[in-house]
Design a binder for this molecule. Structure first.
Ligand SMILES: Nc1ncnc2c1ncn2[C@@H]1O[C@H](COP(=O)(O)OP(=O)(O)OP(=O)(O)O)[C@@H](O)[C@H]1O
Length: 693
């Protein structure tokens, strides 16, 4: 409050030269204790008080005498903007008890009297108490105040809530009895406040600050301000867990494999992890607070923070190298508030190495899947093997004879001729048919697993091994038949071990010491020229003779054309039902093409061709156009092929040619062929199957 808010404005004034009569008249009109005297320019000359006037009259001056000789010249003057508090001090020291108010140009604008001051005081204290009450009401902390006798004078709503009492019920009661535990009488007695004292009041743990209330050095009472300690402790615990979480996150982000940078909506960096800073050689502290474009070349993070559109797996060039980055907006309550960028800057070689390892694992997985599928798959009998050709009928007769005995059988023949089927059929026709039929594809098992697959491993044989060890295929085949497919692909070390099993029917698990005896019939198969391998020293002669007790040769498909059509119809039936199709016949030209083809991949290739053709056929008939183009253009010039073949066929054809030439160069040795091609043996095996070779 300022002077202009509570002064008495527009008071009449005397001028130098005015007489006492004029003064008497003005006093009668205004009831003021003094009349300002101003000159013609409006400046204050003095103040004629009632006392001045009475003195003049008592001294016997008549009413025509001018006021000039009786004025009080030392007058309290204040400006319009002077604050209330300053005026109070002036008035206290003024002998007159009133003052004159002037503007900034020192012209008289009014007067202030003691009545004005008291009115202002009331207004001021009303305002103060309204403000104080608002604070009391709104405060989250509880407040209790007491008078000098310790009786409660006030309790705010927060205190009511915290202590579970109503103000009206405790007013004027002594604090010690109304609120036991809240010690304010001690504060009054000692005139000393206390900070952060723990008190138990009305069953609540409180943190209390108390202070005496004094006026001019006299204790008038005391006041306590308090808050719930349990609430405080809860907040502190929450803060602590947030701090721990922040530290954890910070550590995780700092050791993260990738670089991480966070910007706010303006594109200013708010966080950058240690890995990124280390990689580009700067201090994270220097980067925080700077615009991202000033720290990382070609950054678009500020754009993502503005648009909210994520950018995944983009390339960003920094310092002449490219890095894979992903940028994601940070959204809070539906608003984009920033963005986070992730940068893969590690050596690409490491990633390639990882990919290689994954590749190897995938091969392993595929192998086990295939084995699993076969383990639960159909077991063929001679009735399921489609054959009409005399050579096959003859073979079946020989195989049936072999099935009755216990001797080892060696199935010879090109890939895809049906050796696997014959092995199963022999088992099914043998007295061991009630026992297990276990197949081991020596070419498909990853090299490092071969030995443990064959013979199993003892408990604790190597890191990662199953705790109780694992039986090998020989153990699993006990009482039944083991079918060793692709026997020509076995390493020399394993050949020696196999020989021992065949001779002694006994072996040890990998890492084990106990000999294990098994009763197993062996059927082996190969598409390799084992005699040639023996001659070259690639295959043990003694093992060859052990295996070659009963040799059965499955003829290639091109040498038994009579079987082609019956096989086609068998596959039509199989894939119609598998694919939900209804393709029942072949156009005559299609039959011609199938007969004319030389089927290097034998029955497996024929089966693949039919499966594919069913998917392309229209009108329930397979036409030449539904067959792969390479079947019908053996002699066509390469230029013409390029025009007609579709992308997938050309790709498949190129792959076949590459694989064929590698196998040829390796003399039929798949391990060598895989090495030439730079792929794993099991991957080559997968490809051969896929291409029907
Ligand atoms: N006579 C047949 N009757 C029915 N299906 C056959 C016949 N011959 C082969 N097949 C089919 O052809 C595919 C290849 O047969 P199989 O696996 O027995 O050949 P394989 O000579 O053992 O080949 P690889 O030497 O590559 O192991 C199989 O899907 C099998 O079902």
């Amino acid at each position: 409050m300022r002077m202009k808010d509570f002064m008495t404005p527009d008071v009449p004034a005397l001028q130098p030269g005015d007489n006492l009569r004029r003064a008497v008249e003005l006093f009668r009109q205004t009831r003021l204790d003094g009349i300002p005297v101003v000159n013609e320019k409006g400046f204050l000359v003095g103040l004629l008080t009632r006392v001045n006037l009475f003195d003049a009259l008592l001294e016997g001056f008549d009413l025509h005498k001018t006021v000039d000789d009786f004025l009080t010249r030392k007058v309290v003057t204040v400006y319009l903007d002077t604050p209330y508090q300053e005026v109070v001090e002036s008035v206290k020291t003024s002998p007159v008890g009133m003052g004159v108010v002037v503007d900034n140009n020192n012209r008289v604008r009014g007067v202030f009297t003691k009545v004005d001051m008291i009115t202002a005081l009331f207004r001021e204290s009303d305002l103060l108490s309204a403000r104080l009450r608002a604070v009391y009401q709104a405060m989250h902390n509880g407040i209790v105040s007491v008078d000098e006798a310790g009786c409660i004078t006030m309790l705010n709503p927060a205190a009511e809530l915290l202590l579970g009492v109503r103000e009206k019920d405790v007013l004027d009661k002594h604090v010690a009895s109304a609120l036991p535990g809240l010690d304010l009488t001690g504060v009054i007695e000692t005139d000393r406040g206390e900070v952060g004292k723990k008190c138990l009041v009305a069953g609540r743990a409180l943190l209390v600050n108390s202070t005496p209330i004094a006026d001019n050095g006299i204790i008038m009472g005391a006041m306590a301000i308090f808050q719930d300690l349990t609430e405080l402790e809860q907040v502190a615990a929450e803060l602590e867990s947030v701090r721990t979480l922040k530290n954890t996150l910070q550590t995780v982000l700092d050791i993260a494999y990738d670089g991480i940078v966070v910007v706010n909506k303006e594109g200013m960096i708010t966080f950058i992890n240690q890995s990124l800073a280390d990689f580009f050689g700067f201090d994270p502290g220097d980067a925080v607070g700077r615009h991202v474009t000033g720290v990382l070349e070609n950054s678009r993070l500020h754009i993502v923070a503005r648009t909210g559109v994520p950018e995944n797996a983009r390339l960003q060039q920094v310092g002449g190298s490219y890095y894979v980055v992903s940028r994601l907006p940070i959204v809070e309550n539906g608003q984009v508030v920033g963005a986070v960028g992730k940068m893969m800057f590690r050596n690409l070689e490491e990633i390639r190495e990882l990919a290689r390892r994954m590749d190897a694992l995938e091969n392993e997985l595929n192998y086990y899947r295939e084995e699993l599928r076969k383990a639960g798959g159909n077991h063929y009998t001679f009735d399921n093997i489609i054959m009409v050709s005399p050579s096959m009928i003859n073979l079946k007769r020989e195989a049936l004879q072999a099935a009755r005995g216990v001797s080892t059988v060696l199935l010879r023949g090109e890939s895809g001729t049906g050796k696997d089927l014959f092995a199963q059929a022999i088992h099914a026709a043998s007295p061991r048919r009630g026992g297990p039929f276990i197949k081991v594809n020596c070419a498909a098992i990853p090299e490092h697993l071969l030995e443990s697959e064959f013979f199993g491993y003892a408990p604790g044989a190597f890191t990662g091994a199953q705790r109780g060890g694992k039986p090998g295929r020989f153990e699993l085949a006990h009482g039944g038949t083991i079918f060793l497919d692709e026997i020509g692909d076995m390493s020399p070390g394993l050949q020696a071990k196999l020989l021992r099993v065949l001779q002694d029917r006994e072996f040890e698990r990998v890492g084990g010491t106990r000999p294990i005896q098994v009763d197993v019939r062996v059927i082996a198969a190969t598409n390799r020229d084992l005699e040639d391998m023996v001659a070259k020293g690639d295959f043990r002669e003694d093992l060859f003779y052990r295996l070659n007790v009963i040799a059965l040769a499955v003829p290639p498909l091109r040498e038994r054309q009579e079987d082609i059509l019956p096989l086609v119809h068998c596959f039509l039936q199989k894939y119609n039902s598998l694919c939900g199709m209804n393709v029942s016949d072949l156009a005559p030209e299609t039959i011609e093409v199938l007969r004319a083809y030389h089927w290097p991949g034998n029955v497996r290739e024929l089966e693949n061709v039919i499966e594919r053709a069913i998917n392309f056929a229209t009108g329930g008939i397979i036409r030449v156009k539904d067959l792969p183009a390479y079947l019908s253009r053996v002699d066509e010039p390469a230029g013409k092929r390029a025009v007609v073949a579709n992308y997938r066929d050309r790709l498949g054809e190129a792959e076949r040619e590459i694989i064929f030439s590698a196998i040829k160069a390796a003399g039929g040795n798949k391990t060598k062929a895989a090495r030439i091609l730079g792929i794993s043996r099991s991957r080559l095996y997968e490809k051969l199957k896929k291409l029907g070779l």
